[in-house]
Each structure stands twice: as structure tokens, then as C-alpha cells.
Design a binder for this molecule. Structure first.
Ligand SMILES: [Zn+2]
Length: 689
């Protein structure tokens, strides 16, 4: 039996569970529920609040060491699910399940930094199609529009403070409250996401002082206060009927089972989440039926009168599955899946299964695998959960620029860069906990370009996990950047031995070559990489630079344009592109590049003379006048600006053309004097006067 469970075998045997995993939620054309939504036939406005990184035991009645009155009040009047589970203990995949009704095996977003396929229907699209107004306010870069959840929202506010990767629940609440109004008749679907409890734990006052020694709980308490503000405003400003869902996207390890944060393992600290519903047709109380948070999708559709299947308003049992594929997809460690049925929970990593009795042992300290057996249907669902192929997982990777990768790394998410290899020695993530923090730290240093600090850390990780291709490549690239060529090449050889056909090895090696005296040899390697992966941004950029050095300007221009279609260029990068385009006489593209650069940074744009000349060449005389008038007298090329401005003045038949010619003559320098002497346009004006 192969070490990795193959998707093909699993799909063949998956049967009824595959339908739940892969198909539920795709019912775009599903018949409407015949049941009338509660609330006298009126469809409720719906508020969905998602709490990032909030453990089930850190909020609500029963939480110890923290006060969360807003959540408690909702729990008192609504229905609390004491056994709710995230589908993936990571932000983007977990939210994607709530927004699609699918497990990650169905929607394909297994970790942060991926992008949901445009073909997968989203909750907001369904609601907008049914006449809802839709708005979302998110608080982390991980949920930014580019990752694919914005479809269907009239408003998708992912604004973060400049340079930041998250915003406070106070700021997010302020933004959301500004939107609420009493537009009776049109129901509203409002999604608000709070990020405060995510690391680093830095609660604002008074919570910082109130929770000294427990800053994580301080963050939860601060967030709960904003939840209270939001729920109060929703009740005050939005007409009845109203419905509310509050849920966490995942918990936080806080050291349980050796996991500091989340995303690597499937123990209760990160997959067990708080969930409360309040609204039409929801009986108050608590239920201990295990439920998956993917059912929020169906619950909201149910309230909107779009179908009642899988709704949590009827809290019937449904298989509750989850996965943590990040260590598999990033490092080639064992894929992990999980199932909860009644009080039994099983975790599968490769072929190693753990079984726990959550009622007797909520901390999962006693593995019952040796003595307990799972019911056949439960075992089948667990073992048949589809494991993504490494190649498929690489496909929904959006092109991320260096800045985006830094943002993900600063949030603690290893940002990818290499597709791992299928490993015969694949370890179980639970046996690798000592590497979780070093890997995150090394990745953050690497993407920030701090190679001298990253290299020793990466070398240590590689000695503990010698077949980790991504780490080997980052180490080789660090040596390369530090100019330690012998070590770089030795490490590249190690990586190439691990994965002889890997395009990632080829790419990193090419980037290494491009840095040294043999830079031209990198070009064919980069061309090979781009032939199989045309969107591989570092390859596009490196090849563009080589083409420039070779004097192949047209090729360089095409490559930079491709790079800037994949990521946003900076103003200086656009000016550089404009210069290249101007150099080959591509007037219109050069104008476009300069105009974009100026729009991005009007104060820092020092190229109005060139822009004016380009406009002149394009016979856009009024635009040329505007640009030339912006050239300051302090510019060393001011005489040229005066000369060009005089030309424009004649061409526009301005009344003061003669005076402008005189000014150009008075301020002429060695470069403009002969041009003025030969200028036919000026002779005509001289004759007129
Ligand atoms: Zn999260």
C-alpha cells in the first residue's frame, strides 16, 4: 500500500460521503425550500460574525479566566453549539467552507495564500441573487479580496492601516457601523470578521492591564466588547426580522500538544470552536450534537428561504470532518484528517490513527487506538476523505509578490515557494512539533530578505528534516544571496537529488546563476520554468532583468508587463518600464507607464519633462502643456522644458507663444540653443509678430 493515500482510490470508495464532501453547496439550481422562513414570511437580515483564532474554551459561558458578556448574552437568547468544529484550523480555508458549504476537499483551498476558484459558488452570490444587500468587513490580509471570497458582496472592505497586516476590531466595527442604516424592505447580509486574538497577543487598554499574564484572553475580551457594539447597532439600525451567527474560524494551540499557534495539527485547541445562532426558527438553549461550521452556509440559505438541507436550525447529526494539509502541502509531511462522531474523535495522519473519547478526555491525553474501534461508516468517512495531490494544490496559488509573501509570513504562515516531493520518510506532523516555531521564524526571515539570520536556522531545520525540499531551497537561496557560493551549490545539489524534476529546483538554481558572473546561463533555465509555469513571478522578473542586461529591450518590456499583470508595480518600477518603452519608441505604452507612476506617487514623480515630450510626440498638445507646466524651475533640464513648452504654445496657438519663445531663448543652454535656432515653428511666430 502506498504511503500516501491516493485521491483516485479515495474518490472511488467515497460513496455517500463524497457527496457531502464535494458536492454539497454546489446546488446553485437546487429547488427552493417549500418551508416559509420564520418571521411572518419576511426574510431576516443576517449578521455573520467570525472570530479569528478563538478557542471554544476562551469565550462564552464556561470560559475560565475571561469575561465575554456580549457572547454570553447571545448564547443566553440563542442556540449554542458546544461541539462545533472548523473544517481546517486556518483562516482562509475555514472561512471558505463557511462561504461555500464545502469541506476543503471540495473547495480546494487547503491553506492560506491560495485562491478560491472563480467557478465555486459563494454564499454572498446566492443571497445577492435573491435580493439581499451584501457587505463584508474583514480584518486580516489573509482574507484580502485577492484570495477569492469577495464575489457576491456589494461592499468588501478589506482596508488595513498602511503597512499593517490586520486591523483592530474597533476599527472594523467603526467601518461596519458606518454602513448600517434602516433601509426597510431590503434584507441585509453582513459579514464582519475580527482578528484580535491572532498572534501577536497585544490587547489594548484596559484589557492589557486587566489580563496581565494572559494577553491572549485580553485580546478575546477586547474583541467581545466590539462584538457587543456591533450586535447592539445591528439591533438598533436594522429592521426586524434579524438573525445572527457568531463563530470562530479556528482556535489556538497555546502550547497544547506542542503547538503554539494553529494550522499544523487537529487537536481540540485549534479545531473545536465556539458557535452561537440567534434568529427566526432557532430554539434557545445548548446542543452537544457535533456540527461542522461549513453548515453555516446552509443555515444562512435556510433563513433566506433558499433551501433547508443541512441547516443548523435542525441540529441533526452529520459527519463532522476536518483536515490539516498545510504540513503535507508545504513540507511533504503526512496528510491529516479528522472525524468527530458522538463523543468519539479520530485523527488520521498517513496510516497512523488516534482515537479519543472527548467526553471523558477532552484534552486528548489518552489515545484509545489500541483498544477502541470506530463504527465502520465513521472509519470509512475518515479514511476516504480525499487527500489533495501535490500538483493540484500548486495550481490555485495566486501569484504573490515579495511584499505579499512578507505579509503572510508576518502573520505566521509559511508562504510556500516550492511544491514538496512525495516522501517515503514523510513524518507525522505531531512528531515534528519542535520544528513548528523555527520553520515559521526562518520563513519570515527568508521572505524579509534577512538571509544571514535565516541560513543557520534553515540549516538546523534541514538537519532535523533532511528531505524537506522547501527548506533546502530556501537555505540554498540564502547562501546564494550571501555570496557563499560553494555552500549554495552543495545545497542545490542536495535539493536536486531530492527532486530531480522539480521546476522549483530549476527556478532557485536559475535565480542563483542570475546573481553571479554566469548570469546569462540562467536564461534558458528560466525559460524552461516559464514554459511549465508561466505565472511564476520570480522567474518572470529574473528573466526580465537578464534581457535588459543583454540589451534585449523589447523582450524585457514584455516580461516586465507580464510581471506587473501578476503583481502591483511600484512607482519607480513603472518609471523604469516607461524608460525602456521610450527607448524603443513605444510612445503610447511609455505614456501609460509614466501616467500610472504619477498617479501612484504624484509628489515623487520627477519625470514631467519626459511625459510632456511623449505627449508632444503623440500630438496630445494640451496634455503636453499640463505636464511641461509642472516641471519646476529647479529642474536641471528646465531649459529643455521651456523649449518644449514654447513648441506646444505655438501648436496650441496660444496668445503668449512669442513670449514663451523669448523665455526659451533667454534661458537656453548648450542642449537647447541649437534646437531653438533650427526650430521652424518659431520662425513662423517670428514672422507673425
Ligand atoms: Zn484564522
Amino acid at each position: 500500500m502506498p504511503i500516501l493515500r491516493t485521491p483516485a482510490r479515495r474518490l472511488r470508495r467515497a460513496g455517500a460521503y463524497a457527496a457531502v464532501l464535494l458536492l454539497a453547496g454546489c446546488g446553485r439550481g437546487a429547488p427552493r425550500s417549500s418551508a416559509t422562513p420564520a418571521g411572518a414570511g419576511l426574510r431576516p437580515s443576517i449578521l455573520l460574525v467570525t472570530l479569528d483564532t478563538t478557542r471554544a474554551d476562551a469565550i462564552g459561558p464556561g470560559a475560565r479566566g475571561v469575561e465575554t458578556p456580549a457572547f454570553d448574552a447571545l448564547a443566553a437568547r440563542g442556540r449554542r453549539f458546544t461541539q462545533a468544529y472548523a473544517t481546517v484550523p486556518e483562516t482562509l480555508p475555514s472561512h471558505t467552507s463557511m462561504m461555500t458549504g464545502l469541506y476543503a476537499g471540495g473547495h480546494g483551498v487547503h491553506e492560506n495564500g491560495r485562491r478560491l476558484s472563480d467557478r465555486t459558488p459563494l454564499l454572498a452570490e446566492r443571497l445577492r441573487g435573491a435580493g439581499y444587500r451584501t457587505a463584508a468587513f474583514v480584518s486580516t490580509f489573509t482574507l484580502a479580496r485577492r484570495f477569492g471570497l469577495a464575489r457576491g458582496f456589494d461592499v468588501y472592505d478589506d482596508q488595513l492601516p498602511a503597512g499593517a497586516v490586520e486591523r483592530s476590531s474597533r476599527d472594523t466595527t467603526d467601518a461596519a457601523l458606518a454602513l448600517l442604516d434602516r433601509r426597510a424592505g431590503t434584507p441585509l447580509f453582513l459579514w464582519v470578521h475580527y482578528n484580535d486574538p491572532h498572534a501577536p497577543y497585544e490587547p489594548p487598554e484596559p484589557y492589557r492591564s486587566r489580563y496581565v499574564g494572559h494577553p491572549y484572553l485580553g485580546e478575546v475580551a477586547a474583541m467581545d466588547a466590539q462584538l457587543g457594539r456591533l450586535v447592539a447597532a445591528f439591533a438598533r439600525d436594522v429592521p426586524e426580522p434579524r438573525a445572527i451567527v457568531v463563530v470562530a474560524d479556528h482556535g489556538e494551540g497555546l502550547g497544547d500538544h506542542g503547538e503554539p499557534q494553529h494550522g499544523y495539527l487537529l487537536y481540540q485547541s485549534t479545531v473545536h470552536v465556539p458557535l452561537v445562532l440567534a434568529g427566526p426558527g432557532v430554539a434557545a438553549g445548548a446542543t452537544d450534537t457535533p456540527v461542522s461550521t461549513r453548515r453555516i452556509f446552509f443555515t444562512v440559505l435556510d433563513w433566506a428561504g433558499l433551501g433547508a438541507a443541512h441547516s443548523l436550525r435542525a441540529d441533526d447529526a452529520d459527519p463532522v470532518l476536518a483536515e490539516a494539509m498545510k504540513p503535507f502541502l508545504e513540507f511533504g509531511w503526512q496528510p491529516q484528517t479528522m472525524i468527530v462522531s458522538g463523543s468519539r474523535k479520530a485523527i488520521l495522519a498517513g496510516k497512523v490513527q488516534e482515537i479519543y473519547d472527548l467526553a471523558a478526555d477532552p484534552g486528548e491525553m489518552h489515545d484509545l487506538e489500541a483498544t477502541a474501534t470506530l463504527p465502520a461508516a465513521v472509519r470509512t468517512a475518515l479514511w476516504d476523505y480525499p487527500v489533495p495531490s501535490l500538483a493540484a494544490a500548486a495550481q490555485n496559488l495566486p501569484p504573490l509578490g515579495a511584499e505579499d509573501r512578507q505579509k503572510l509570513a508576518s502573520l505566521g504562515y509559511v508562504s510556500g515557494g516550492a511544491t514538496p516531493i512525495v516522501r517515503k520518510d514523510a513524518p507525522r506532523p505531531a512528531d515534528m512539533t519542535q520544528l513548528f516555531e523555527p520553520i515559521g521564524e526562518a520563513d519570515g526571515l527568508f521572505v524579509a530578505g534577512r538571509y544571514a539570520k535565516a541560513a543557520p536556522l534553515l540549516a538546523k531545520i534541514l538537519s532535523d528534516d533532511p528531505q524537506n525540499l522547501g527548506v533546502a531551497l530556501q537555505l540554498a537561496a540564502s547562501y546564494s544571496a550571501l555570496g557563499q557560493n560553494a555552500q549554495a551549490e552543495a545545497t542545490f545539489r542536495k535539493a536536486a537529488a531530492m527532486a530531480p524534476d522539480s521546476p522549483d529546483v530549476r527556478l532557485y538554481l536559475a535565480l542563483h546563476e542570475a546573481r553571479g558572473p554566469g548570469w546569462e546561463q540562467a536564461a534558458p533555465l528560466l525559460e524552461q520554468v516559464l514554459a511549465s509555469a508561466p505565472d511564476r513571478l520570480p522567474a518572470v522578473e529574473a528573466l526580465a532583468t537578464i534581457r535588459e542586461r543583454q540589451g534585449r529591450a523589447s523582450d524585457a518590456i514584455a516580461l516586465w508587463q507580464r510581471a506587473f499583470a501578476l503583481r502591483s508595480p511600484s512607482a519607480p518600477e513603472l518609471v523604469h518600464l516607461g524608460d525602456l518603452e521610450m527607448g524603443v519608441g513605444a510612445t503610447e505604452p511609455a505614456i501609460a507607464a509614466f501616467e500610472r507612476a504619477r498617479a501612484l506617487d504624484p509628489g515623487g514623480f520627477g519625470r514631467d519633462l519626459d511625459l510632456g515630450v511623449l505627449y508632444l510626440a503623440a500630438h496630445r498638445f494640451a496634455d503636453a502643456r499640463g505636464a511641461l507646466d509642472r516641471v519646476p524651475a529647479s529642474d536641471p533640464r528646465y531649459p529643455m522644458a521651456l523649449f518644449k513648452r514654447a513648441q506646444v504654445s505655438v501648436l496650441l496657438h496660444e496668445a503668449d507663444a512669442a513670449a514663451r519663445i523669448a523665455a526659451a531663448r533667454a534661458h537656453a543652454d548648450a542642449s537647447t540653443r541649437p534646437l531653438i535656432a533650427r526650430e521652424k515653428l518659431f520662425e513662423a511666430v517670428g514672422a507673425r509678430n
